[in-house]
Structures are given as structure tokens and as C-alpha cells.
Design a protein around this ligand. Sequence first.
Ligand code: PLP
Length: 455
Amino acid sequence: MPIALKNETGTNDYYGALKSRVAQIETRYRSLTPRSQALFERAGHVFPGGFTRDAILRAPYAPFVMKAQGTTMTDADGRRITDMWFNATSLPLGHAHPKVVAAALGQVPLGTAYFAPTEHELALGELIVQRVPCAERIRFANSGSEAVMMALRFARAHRERSLIVKFEGSYHGSYDDVSWSVSPTLGRGGPELAPVPAADTAGLAGTDGRVAILPYNNPDVLREYVTRNHDAIATLLVEPMANRMGLILPDLAFVQEARELCDRYGIVLIFDEVIAFRVGYHGAQGELGVNPDLVTLGKIIGGGFPVGAVAGKAAILDASNPDRPGRVAHAGTFNGNPMVGVAGLATMVELTPEVFAQINGLGEHTRQKLQTICKGLPLQVTGAGSLFKITATGRTIRNYRDAAQADKKWEQLASLALLNEGFMLTPTLAGCISAVTTRAEVDSFLAAFGSVAKI
Ligand SMILES: Cc1ncc(COP(=O)(O)O)c(C=O)c1O
């Protein structure tokens, strides 16, 4: 099959070649996964749409996983799948790492949750405060979404203002105030340099006006907007690795501008590092050399258990001290439970600078080889650290509008074709490396992707 030349709009027939094989790819998937299909049909009777978590949705259905060890998941049909997304980047040591298993099994008979603090939670908190440049204090929550919700509450309380500035295409979890312009269709987003907030879900009635949306990676628009509106703004909420924009790190000029504006006007700068904390030993702020006032964390710090945290300046977080008048309330039945404490600590202790060098090195190898495969094709390879993403567009990606041009159908189908070959990435072809991923596994994946890309 001839390969069409790359063009600017990404609308040429290159994508059509794979898409014309949709029936063949889906038929093969169904033939490999009959038990997952049966479970999915059963799930449709209790879960709306057959699932309880939007991100794992894929057509025609996701494989049900029975167990996992290292890089290998075994699905309900007994197929072995090489994991290249590790529960949305949250397992940097892979599945069921022996030290994490030992820590968790050691704790279970001692009790999994108490109405009292524990030393485990304290040790994990101390480790994070030591590693994260902006962190003087930390509070735990149960998910990244909750961490973002709490960070916004702290920022609004500190600044005594309500407006959140968020960037188009950034995902910050499921809290209402950040569910705006996450992935608007291009017709709904307004002008590129003056985006309008577009609700990302139904059910936000009455919450509009609390969020302003700006283009990512554009320091000029940011400066102009903040200079005019600073008196209303509580916080700039920045994702220092743009997940839905190809897992790219932001331009330094953009985050430096954000820092300077926040310093000038007393606005609270939040970095959402729920994913980005994985890019280096000191997180994204360490890589960028720019510190926020608050940082939200999740995923890797829980060692595979549900977790979130907000960390940052004492001057802001000490507002939850009980003796503060008008204190910031922060509760949660499972906050900092001992399971998260022991498993998170076991994981974070293993994540030494050497391990970061290893996974980031393999990440770089993966991106370089993917770039070679994609040369001359309307496919972009982006990412940083241990993360990578293939986007079906001919455009270089610097912001949401670039990424939104992608041919999502092609990405979904390529992802399904890879699943047929035994590799799991997201349906949008995002992937990551963990400490147990081998170069041989990466090279097998690259060979499989090469075949899909050259169809
Ligand atoms: C940047 C960012 N913030 C927040 C969240 C929400 O985290 P959780 O899914 O743990 O609620 C995510 C999840 O992927 C994320 O990527």
C-alpha cells in the first residue's frame, strides 16, 4: 500500500488506509477476547455504558484484566498483554513490584484504615516535602481530582478571590471548576487567542464564570490577560506537562511568565503534577527550574493505591491549621491511610535518580525510534521523560489547537491493532515506560507499531 505524503492539515489519505481495515481489526480483536466481550455485555446491566471510568473506554470494548505482574497483564481470555500505560502512568515500578507487595502485605493484617494518624503517612509526607522544591507542607487526599479541588480551595482562600485561570486542553480531573475546555471541539472553543470556556460535561449549570480559559504556551496572551484582570484572579492552574497536547513540557518562557505575573500580583501559581511528577526526581518543577506556590500530586506517590496530595508553601497551606480563624477545611475518611503510606513509601524510595535516568533514557530511545518510523508520515511523536505520544496529525504540536487537529479515529484503530499484537497504550496512543520495561519489549512494540504505521 503506497504511503501518502505528509501534508499540513493531516487530511490526506494516509489515515484512510488503516481505517479501511476497521472491520478486519475489530473482528480479530473480538476473536481474541470473547470473555472480555461477555463481561462487557454483563457490565452494561449495572454500569452505564459498561464501565465506571471514562478514560478506559475504548471501542468496541476494553479487555478485562485478571492479574498483572511486572510489565505483563493477563486478560480474561488468558492473553498476555505488555502494558505500556501502567494504569495511566501511576505504576513507575510496574505491576506487583515485590517490595511494594511486601509492604502492602505487611500492613494488611495490622489494619488498613484507622480514625487516627500513622507514622507511615508521615514518612511519605516527609519524603515528598524533601523531594519537591516548592513543598514546605503537604496534605493527602484520595485522588488527583480531589488534590486539585483542595489546591483551588487553598488558593481561593489565600487570595480572597475566586477566578481560576486554566489553559485550553488541560485536564485536571473531574472537579466541576476544572471541567471546562478540556477537549472542546474546535467549533466550540472560540477564537484561538481568546478561547471561550466550553463545558466539558453536562451538569455544570450554575458554575460558569468561575474559570477563564487561555491558550497554552502563549506568554503574550497570558501577560495581556493577567495584566488586565489580575484583581479578579485567585490562581493560574498550569499543567507543566500537557497530557492532552502530546505529553509535552511547556516552553520555559511560558512558565517563567506565569511565575513572574503571579509574583507581581500576588496570584497563587499551581502546578498540576499529577502526571508530570513522573518526569524527574524533583518532578516537573525540578526539570523546568520554576517553582509554583502549590503543587498537586497523585498517581505514582500512592504505590498503586488511590492517592492525591497538595503540597507547597506553608504560608498558604497552614490555612488549614485548626487555630486559624476562617481556616480552610480539609477532611477525607481515607486521607493518608496506612496502605497508601506503606506502598507509596516503598515505591518512592525505589525511585532514585538512577532509576529516573534509566526510565527516561528508555523513554528517549522510544521517542527517537518512533520518530524514525514516523518520518515522512503525518504522525507526530512527542513526550518527555518516560512518556511518549503518537498523534495523527501533520502539524507540530505546541498547544491544544494543534493537537485537536488529530485524526482520532486513526489513533483509536492503531491502538486496537497494537492491542491485537499484545501491547496496551491509550486509545490516543499515549504510552510510558516503567522501571521493569525492558529494551527488548520496547523494540518489539516498535516493530509492531512500525507495521501498523506503514499499512
Ligand atoms: C494532570 C492531571 N490532574 C489531575 C488528574 C486527576 O487525577 P485522578 O484521576 O487521580 O483523579 C489527572 C488524571 O489523569 C491528571 O492527569
